[in-house]
Design a protein around this ligand. Structure first.
Ligand SMILES: Cc1cc2nc3c(=O)[nH]c(=O)nc-3n(C[C@H](O)[C@H](O)[C@H](O)COP(=O)(O)O)c2cc1C
Length: 203
């Protein structure tokens, strides 16, 4: 674990949160089927509006015939590091509860499922890096997705983080790998009597 990447939290949180970060260099070691199933199971048990479970995942492991079809959906910036990841997962959201009944929480709830997936992965010592830098239209075509039914949101690179693999990446990615993680302070995101005003109990 790269020490700069552990969150320096002001208030205590569980390890699965403080130790999660998004690496760009993964080991060749495949993710065991049992572990892969566990992270997907964690996603499956997320909460969702009306228990609709709008999340969908397309999984490709290196060596699967459809892996290159998925890889072609990454933009150039991401393709240059994500080739190290043994697993790629497309995240999709079902747009409607039923025809003409839009689910306004589909992305929110899909995010909850991905959050669960990340927590379970971290618990198992597996890292994940989400990518919005994708070509949804390529993924849509390559996997015969009906765009009226599903939004292609992101792709997750999954695997075991491996510092040694950084040698294969160009320098800009290597630098990012050691950059400390930062977050806005609580008083910029938590409010009391009105928007923008932090509650008195917030230190
Ligand atoms: C929806 C989403 C899209 C992202 N897209 C990309 C991306 O295209 N390429 C990339 O290198 N990182 C991407 N990231 C990773 C973020 O940059 C990263 O999560 C953020 O900088 C915080 O770092 P941490 O995850 O290590 O805490 C994305 C993250 C999320 C949640």
């Amino acid at each position: 674990m790269i020490k700069e990447k552990i969150a320096s939290t002001i208030h205590p949180v569980i390890k699965e949160i403080s130790h999660r970060w998004s690496p760009r260099a993964f080991s060749d070691k495949p993710v065991e089927q049992e572990q892969l199933l566990s992270v997907l199971e964690a996603a499956r048990w997320a909460a969702s509006s009306r228990n609709e479970q709008p999340w969908r995942f397309i999984v490709a492991r290196k060596g699967d015939a459809h892996y290159s079809n998925l890889f072609k959906g990454l933009n150039e910036w991401n393709a240059q590091w994500a080739f190290t990841a043994p697993v790629l997962i497309v995240v999709l959201a079902k747009k409607e509860f039923k025809p003409n009944r839009p689910n306004q929480h589909s992305w929110h709830d899909t995010g909850l499922a991905v959050g669960n997936l990340l927590v379970q992965a971290t618990h198992l010592g597996i890292s994940a890096h989400q990518m919005g830098g994708i070509h949804p239209e390529i993924i849509t075509a390559n996997f015969h997705i009906n765009p009226n039914e599903y939004d292609v949101i992101s792709v997750i690179a999954l695997g075991y983080q491996d510092e040694k693999r950084l040698a294969e990446l160009n320098e800009s990615y290597r630098e990012l790998e050691y950059k400390p993680r930062e977050r806005k302070p609580l008083n910029e995101i938590v409010f009391g009597s009105k928007m923008g005003k932090a509650p008195v109990w917030l230190k």
